[in-house]
Design a protein around this ligand. Sequence first.
Ligand code: GTP
Length: 406
Amino acid sequence: MCQLPYFKQLSQHINDTTVREKYDIDRHGERLYSLIVLTKLLAIFYFSYTLMDIYILPDITLRSILLRFLIIGPLIVFLFAYYKRPASIRHKELAGVVVVVLGTAVWCTVLLGSENPRVLHYFYAGLIFQLVLTIVLTPPFEYSIYGSLFVFICLYTTIWFLPGADLEYVVNHLAFGLPTLVLTLIANYRFSAESLRLYLQNVNTDQLRLELAERNADLERISTIDPLTGLSNRRGLDRYAASLFQTYASSKEQIAVVIVDVDYFKAFNDHYGHADGDNCLQIVAEAIRAACSSKDMVCRFGGEEFLILRLMGNDTEHNALALAESVRANVANLVIPHTQSDYGIVTVSVGVCAGPINPMEELNKLIQAADKALYAAKHEGRNLVCESRFIGAKETTPPEFSSLVT
Ligand SMILES: Nc1nc2c(ncn2[C@@H]2O[C@H](COP(=O)(O)OP(=O)(O)OP(=O)(O)O)[C@@H](O)[C@H]2O)c(=O)[nH]1
C-alpha cells in the first residue's frame, strides 16, 4: 500500500515538513468544516433510523433506543468536543471514522437481538456504513480502508447470526457488498489522491509566484543600478524624481541639482587604458558617494558624469555649494595620478543649481542650469565648482563661481 503514488507523495518533504504535515496544517480549516457538517448530518440520519428499527423490527425497540442513544449519543457529543480541540485534522478524521465503526457495531448488536425474519431485508442498510466511510466522509485513504474493512468484517460476522440467514442469503448479500466495498474504496483513493495532487499543484504555483515576485524585485533593483559604480542609473533617477514630485508636490521644499564631471577623462583613458579608466570611475563614484548623505540621490548620469539630487532645508545655497565643494575636494584628495591633466591628478568640475520641487520639466530646467554651470567650470580651467541660481518663473542666473572654491 505504501508504494501507491498517494503515499509516496505524502511522505515527500516541502522545506522542513512532510507533505502530510503541511497538507494537514494548510487544509485544517476546510477539512474540519466539512467534517463537522457531515457529522451533524450523519448523526441525524443515525438517530432517525431508530424509528426505522421500531417500524421494521418492533421486537427490538427498547434495545435500539438504549444502545443507539446511550452508546453512540455520548460518543458523538465527545466527538464534537474533540473537533474543537487543537488536535491535527488527521486525528479528528480518524476519530470520526472510529465513531462510524462503533456505530456499525452497535447497529449490528441491535439487529442481533431481533427474532423477526424481516431483519434480513433490513440488513442491506448496513452497506450505508460502508458508503459513509469511503465516499461520504471521505477520510484519508489509510483510515477509509481500515474502517471499511472493519465494517465489512462486522457485517459479515453478524450476518451468520441473523434469523433465517443461510449461505444463499450471504452470497446474495456479498454480490452487492463486496463490489460496494472495493469500488467505493477506489473512489475514496481517487478522491484522496486528486485532492492531494491539486493541493501540491497550488503549493507549487504559490512557490513559483513567490520566486517570480523575488526575481521581479531583483530585476527592478538591477534595472535602476549602474553595474560599474553601483550607483543609481538614469532610470533610478527618473523613478526617484517622480516619487519626489508626488511627495513634495505642494510643499515649499527646494531641491539642489549637482552635476559632477571628471576632467580630461578621454585623455586618461587614452593614456592609461580603458580598464584603468573604469577603475578610476569606480573610485571617483565612491568619493562622490562619501561626500553625500544617505538621503541624497546619487546617480551615474552619463559616461564620466554624475548627478546628485539633494532635498534642501532652509539653508539652500550654502548647503548645495558645500556639497558640491566637498565632492570636488574628495576627488582631488584621492590624488589619482593623471599626467595628462594640468593638475597632474584626477579632478572633477562641478555645476550646481537649486530651485523648487516641481514637475519633471522644472527638474530638467534645473539640470540644464547646473549643466551650464558645469560647462562654465570646465571653461574656467576645471577642478572648480560653479553655480547657477534659480530666480523663479523658470529663470536662472548666469553661472557664478563658488566663493568656497580655493
Ligand atoms: N573607461 C571608461 N571610459 C568611459 C566610460 N564612459 C565614458 N567614458 C569615456 O569618457 C570620455 C569622456 O570624454 P569627453 O566627453 O571628451 O570629456 P573629457 O575628456 O573628460 O574632457 P572634459 O570633460 O572637457 O574635461 C570618453 O573618452 C568616453 O569614452 C566608461 O564607462 N569607462
